[in-house]
Design a protein around this ligand. Structure first.
Ligand code: BGC
Ligand code: BGC
Length: 835
C-alpha cells in the first residue's frame, strides 16, 4: 500500500510568470562594485609551496577526482579508492548504511572507511585525504541525539551574535564527534519573499542581521582566524551559502530567478559574504538560482569576478546538488561551463560517474583549461591543508571523535534552550494573561504539542523532516514535555489532549499548532495563508474560547503567515518559529515563578515582517508602502499592554486553497474547474457538489470525510469510457517539481472496485492505477502517490499542464476522492502504475 506523506505543497508557477526568467541580460561586469575584502586567514607561503609540490605530482585523473563530490547514498568506499574523490556528502536523505536513524557510531565508522579508502588508494604522488560534508544547518541535524537549535529564522529574532557564535561552536563539536569535516552552513540568504520554502533557513529579511551574524557563525564553526583554535580540534569547515541571491527570487520560487540590480544584489543579498570571507570562511556554495536570467552555477562574473577576483575569496566554491546540470547546455553528467565559470567542486550526488568521465575528457581536449582545473584543485588542497586534515589522522582518532556523550550533552542543550527562549516572539497578550501561574490546571492541545519533528522542521534527520517520531529524538523535549515539567514542579497539572477535549475544565489551554515540516521547493507557497487541514486548529481555538477557557497559542512555522483568525481566537499568541529539540525553552517563557514574577521576559524581536493579508508579499522593512501587521523588530515584553484589536479575517479574492493543492477541502482552487466527460458527449463543468455527464455514465456527488461534503463521490456505471478531470485557471509549469521528485497524490476510498482498467493522468498523459485501486481495501481511505516523472515519461509537457488531474475508466467503479495535490511523498509508486 502507498502511504501519503507530506501535506505541504509548493508553488505552482504559471507559465506566464516563469517565462520572465528564461532569458535575461548578462550581468554587467561587476568590476569595481564588490567590496575589496581582506580575509583574516593569511596566505601562507609554506602552504602554497606544499600545494605546488602536491599538484606537480598529481595525475589528471586525480585532479578530476578532487573536484567531484558524490553522495554517500550513491557510492561506496571502494569508489572513493578507485576515483580518489576530493569529498563526499550526505544529502538530507542519505545516512550511513542507509539508516536515517542509525547510531552516531555508524557515522564514525563510515568516515573511517572513506578515509581508509582514500589513503589506501594508489596515488601518483602524495595521498590526499577525502573530506565529508553535511548539512548541519541547525545543529548536527542529520544525526540522532544531536542538539537541535532553532532554525535560523528564530535565531534572527534573538539579535544576539554571541549566542550565534556559541551555536556554531556546539554544532562543530557535535560534528567532530561523528568524524565529519565540513558543514554546508551558514545560510546567508536575505529572504525577501516569505512564500519561499526556505525562508526559515535565513536569519532575516533584512541585510543588517545577516551581516551581523555572518562572522559570528563562521567563527563559531571554524574558530577565530589567526588563533590556534582556527580549524583546530572540535572545529569544522564552514560554507556560506547560497551565493548569491537565493532569498530574492521572483515570487519566492525556489531555484528561481533573482531580478535584482547589481547594486541590490550586493547590498541586500550579498550582505553576509564580505563579513564571512573576512572571518575566514573556507567554502562558499553556489546558488541553484539565477540572477537576471543567468544561472549562478554558470556565471563567471559572479563566481570568479565578484567572489574570487574582487572579494579575494581564496577558498573553494562548491556547487549545489546537481546545480551545474541546470546551466544551459549542461547536464548533471557534463558541465565544462561551470568549471570555467569558477566552480571548484561539483556536488554530483548520483551523477558522479558520468561527470567524472566527461570532465576528464573535457580537460584532455582542452575544453576545460588545465590552468582552471589546477586552480580548482589548488583551492581544494588549500582548504584541506588549512583544515589540518592531512595531519589529523583517521576520523575516529581525532580529538572528540567518538565521544558520544557530547552529542546532545546538557551543556550543549542549555545553549539551545537559551536560543529558544530568546527566539520566541510574543505577538499578543490580551489582558496580560501571560505569564501564567505554574500551579494551574493546564490543558495542552494541538498537534504540535508533543511532536518534536514538527517543532524542528525540515532538515531534521531526513531532508523534509518527515517520517520521524519522538522516539527518534532521544534526550529532546517536546513543548508539552517542557510545560509538564514546569507545571508539575509548581504543583499544578498539565494534561496533554491533542484534540482539546477535557474532563474537568482547565484554568487555561495552551494550543501548539502550525506548519508541518518541509524543505526547499516542497515548502514553496502561493500565498501566506496558514491553512492547515481544514482550519482545524482555528476550530480548536474557537471551541476552547467558546467554553470560556483562556487560550494561549504557540505557533510553529517556518515563516510569518497570515493568522488573523487564529490571533482573534487567542488571548495570547507566541510566534515560536521552529525551536528544535529544546521544547523546554517555551515553558521557560510562559510561566511565573512561585514569587509571581515572570521567570524570563520575552526578548525576541521579529527578524521578518508579519503580514496583515495573505497576499501581502513581498513585505519587507523599507518598502515604500510598508504596511505589516507586526513590523520588523516587533516583539512584546511583559511590560507591554499586549492588546490587539479584532483583525480582519477576510481572505483576498482569488487566492487559491493552498499551493500544490489541486483538490482540497471539497474545493478546487478559485478559477479552476471540475469536469465530467463521456466519450463523444459534451464536457459538463461541475461548479457545485453534484452533477453528471449527459448520458449519466459518470456521476459525482458530495460526500463527507472529515467534514461535511469535503470529498466527492464518483460513480462510473460501466457503460463505456468516461473521465473526471480538473482544469487549472492557467497552465502550470511544474517542470522543476518533476525534477525534484514530487508526486501527484490522491487520497481516496474505493467503494466498488474497478471492473476494467483505470487511468490517472495529467494533460493527456496517463498511468494505469487499476491494480492499486483493486488492491485497496474497500471502504477505507488511503492514498496513492504517482511520481510526476511518470507523467513526464508518458509524454506530458510538464511546462504546460492545463489539466493537472484526470481519472478515467470504461468499467464500473465507485470512488470517493478527498484530496489531490502535488507533494513530496515518502512512499511513491516505484513503477509507473499497473493494471
Ligand atoms: C541544498 C543545499 C544543501 C545540499 C546538500 C541542496 O539541495 O540546496 O542547501 O547543502 O542540497 O544536501
Ligand atoms: C538532498 C537535497 C536535494 C534533494 C533532491 C535530498 O536528499 O539532501 O539536498 O535537493 O535530495 O533530490
Amino acid at each position: 500500500m502507498l502511504h501519503r506523506a507530506l501535506t505541504c505543497a509548493f508553488l505552482l508557477a504559471t507559465t506566464s510568470t516563469g517565462a520572465a526568467a528564461a532569458q535575461g541580460s548578462a550581468i554587467a561586469r561587476p568590476e569595481g562594485i564588490w567590496p575589496n575584502v581582506k580575509s583574516s586567514v593569511s596566505r601562507n607561503a609554506d602552504t602554497e609551496a606544499r600545494i605546488d609540490a602536491i599538484l606537480a605530482r598529481m595525475s589528471i585523473e586525480e585532479k578530476v577526482g578532487q573536484v567531484i563530490q558524490p553522495d554517500i547514498g550513491s557510492i561506496t568506499p571502494a569508489d572513493v579508492r578507485k576515483y580518489k574523490f576530493g569529498s563526499v556528502l550526505n544529502g538530507g536523505n542519505s545516512s550511513p548504511y542507509g539508516n536515517e536513524t542509525g547510531p552516531a557510531s555508524d557515522w564514525v565508522k563510515l568516515a573511517d572507511e572513506f578515509w581508509d579508502a582514500a589513503m589506501g588508494a594508489d596515488w601518483a604522488g602524495e595521498k590526499i585525504p577525502v573530506i565529508w560534508g553535511s548539512d548541519a544547518v541547525h545543529g548536527h541535524s542529520n544525526v540522532v541525539g544531536a542538539t537541535l537549535f532553532p532554525h535560523n529564522i528564530g535565531l534572527g529574532n534573538t539579535r544576539n551574535p554571541d549566542l550565534i557564535r556559541r551555536v556554531g561552536e556546539v554544532t562543530a563539536r557535535e560534528m567532530v564527534v561523528t568524524g565529519l569535516d565540513w558543514t554546508f552552513a551558514p545560510t546567508l540568504a536575505v529572504v525577501r519573499d516569505d512564500r519561499w520554502g526556505r525562508s526559515y533557513e535565513g536569519y532575516s529579511e533584512d541585510p543588517e542581521i545577516v551581516r551581523s551574524y555572518a562572522s559570528a557563525i563562521v567563527e563559531g564553526l571554524q574558530g577565530r582566524a589567526g588563533t590556534k583554535e582556527f580549524l583546530g580540534p572540535g572545529k569544522v569547515i564552514a560554507t556560506a551559502k547560497h551565493f548569491i541571491g537565493d532569498g530574492g527570487t521572483e515570487g519566492g520560487k525556489d531555484q528561481g530567478d533573482n531580478p535584482s540590480s547589481a547594486d541590490r544584489l550586493r547590498d541586500i543579498h550579498g550582505a553576509g559574504y564580505a563579513p564571512a570571507i573576512e572571518a575566514g570562511v573556507q567554502a562558499i556554495m553556489s546558488s541553484f538560482s539565477s540572477v537576471r536570467g543567468e544561472k549562478v552555477h554558470g556565471s563567471r562574473d559572479l563566481l570568479t569576478g565578484a567572489l574570487k577576483e574582487q572579494m579575494n575569496f581564496d577558498g573553494l566554491v562548491v556547487g549545489d546538488w546537481n546545480g551545474h546540470g541546470q546551466v544551459p547546455g549542461c547536464t548533471n553528467e557534463s558541465c565544462a561551463a561551470s568549471v570555467k565559470a569558477g566552480l571548484d567542486m561539483f556536488m554530483a550526488p548520483d551523477s558522479w560517474k558520468g561527470l567524472y568521465e566527461n570532465t576528464l575528457a573535457q580537460v584532455r581536449s582542452g575544453e576545460i583549461p588545465m590552468a582552471r582545473l589546477d586552480d580548482a584543485v589548488r583551492r581544494i588542497l588549500r582548504v584541506k591543508l588549512r583544515s589540518g586534515v592531512f595531519s589529523k589522522g583517521k576520523p575516529s582518532t581525532r580529538p572528540l571523535a567518538g565521544r558520544y556523550e557530547l552529542l546532545g550533552s546538557a551543556e550543549h542543550r542549555a545553549v539551545a534552550r537559551q536560543a529558544v527562549r530568546e527566539s520566541l516572539v510574543l505577538l499578543k497578550n490580551q489582558g496580560k494573561i501571560l505569564p501564567l501561574a505554574a500551579n494551574a490546571k493546564v490543558l495542552v492541545a494541538g498537534d504540535g504539542a508533543d511532536n518534536i519533528a514538527k517543532q524542528s522542521g525540515g532538515w531534521t534527520l531526513t531532508w523534509q523532516g518527515t517520517g520521524v517520531t519522538n522516539k527518534d529524538f532521544p534526550g529532546a523535549t517536546s513543548i508539552f514535555g517542557g510545560i509538564r515539567e514546569a507545571v508539575n514542579a509548581a504543583g499544578g497539572t498539565a494534561t496533554l489532549s491533542i484534540d482539546g477535549s477535557y474532563g474537568e475544565k482547565p484554568d487555561v489551554a495552551i494550543v501548539v499548532f502550525g506548519e508541518d515540516p518541509y524543505a526547499e521547493f516542497v515548502g514553496d507557497r502561493q500565498t501566506l495563508e496558514y491553512s492547515a487541514d481544514d482550519k482545524k486548529d482555528l476550530a480548536l481555538l474557537r471551541k476552547l474560547k467558546a467554553a470560556g477557557i483562556p487560550v494561549v497559542s504557540v505557533f510553529l512555522s517556518g515563516r510569518p503567515l497570515w493568522v488573523n483568525a487564529e490571533l482573534n481566537a487567542s488571548d495570547a499568541f507566541v510566534a515560536a518559529f521552529l525551536p528544535g529539540s529544546e521544547g523546554g525553552g517555551v515553558a521557560d517563557m510562559l510561566f511565573r515563578s512561585a514569587e509571581g514574577n515572570a521567570r524570563h521576559d520575552f526578548k525576541g524581536k521579529l527578524s521578518f515582517s508579519w503580514p496583515k493579508r495573505a497576499d501581502q508579499t513581498p513585505l519587507n522593512r523599507g518598502d515604500a508602502d510598508y504596511d505589516p501587521l507586526f513590523p520588523y523588530g516587533f516583539g512584546l515584553t511583559y511590560a507591554d499592554e499586549g492588546t490587539l484589536p479584532r483583525l480582519s479575517e477576510e481572505r483576498p479574492v482569488g487566492t487559491a486553497n493552498g499551493d500544490g493543492v489541486i483538490f482540497g477541502r471539497g474545493r478546487v482552487p478559485s478559477g479552476w474547474m471540475l469536469n465530467l466527460a463521456d466519450e463523444g458527449g459534451p464536457t459538463a463543468s461541475i461548479p457545485g457538489n453534484a452533477g453528471a455527464t449527459a448520458s449519466g455514465r459518470l456521476r459525482v456527488s458530495g460526500v463527507d470525510r472529515r467534514a461535511q461534503e469535503d470529498a466527492r463521490f464518483f460513480v462510473w456505471d460501466g457503460s463505456g469510457p468516461a473521465t473526471a478531470s480538473i482544469s487549472a485557471l492557467r497552465p502550470l509549469d511544474i517542470s522543476r517539481e518533476t525534477g525534484g521528485e514530487l508526486s501527484l497524490v490522491m487520497d481516496y476510498r474505493v467503494d466498488v472496485a474497478p471492473t476494467g482498467p483505470v487511468s490517472l493522468g495529467m494533460s493527456g498523459a496517463s498511468v494505469p492505477i487499476g491494480g492499486a485501486l483493486r488492491a485497496a481495501s474497500v471502504g477505507q481511505w488511503t492514498s496513492i502517490a504517482v511520481p510526476l516523472q511518470c507523467f513526464h515519461a508518458a509524454g506530458a509537457d510538464m511546462q504546460r499542464i492545463a489539466v493537472p488531474f484526470t481519472i478515467a475508466t470504461a468499467g464500473r467503479l465507485s470512488l470517493a476522492v478527498s484530496d489531490v495535490r502535488l507533494a513530496y511523498a515518502q512512499v511513491p509508486m516505484t513503477q509507473c502504475g499497473r493494471e
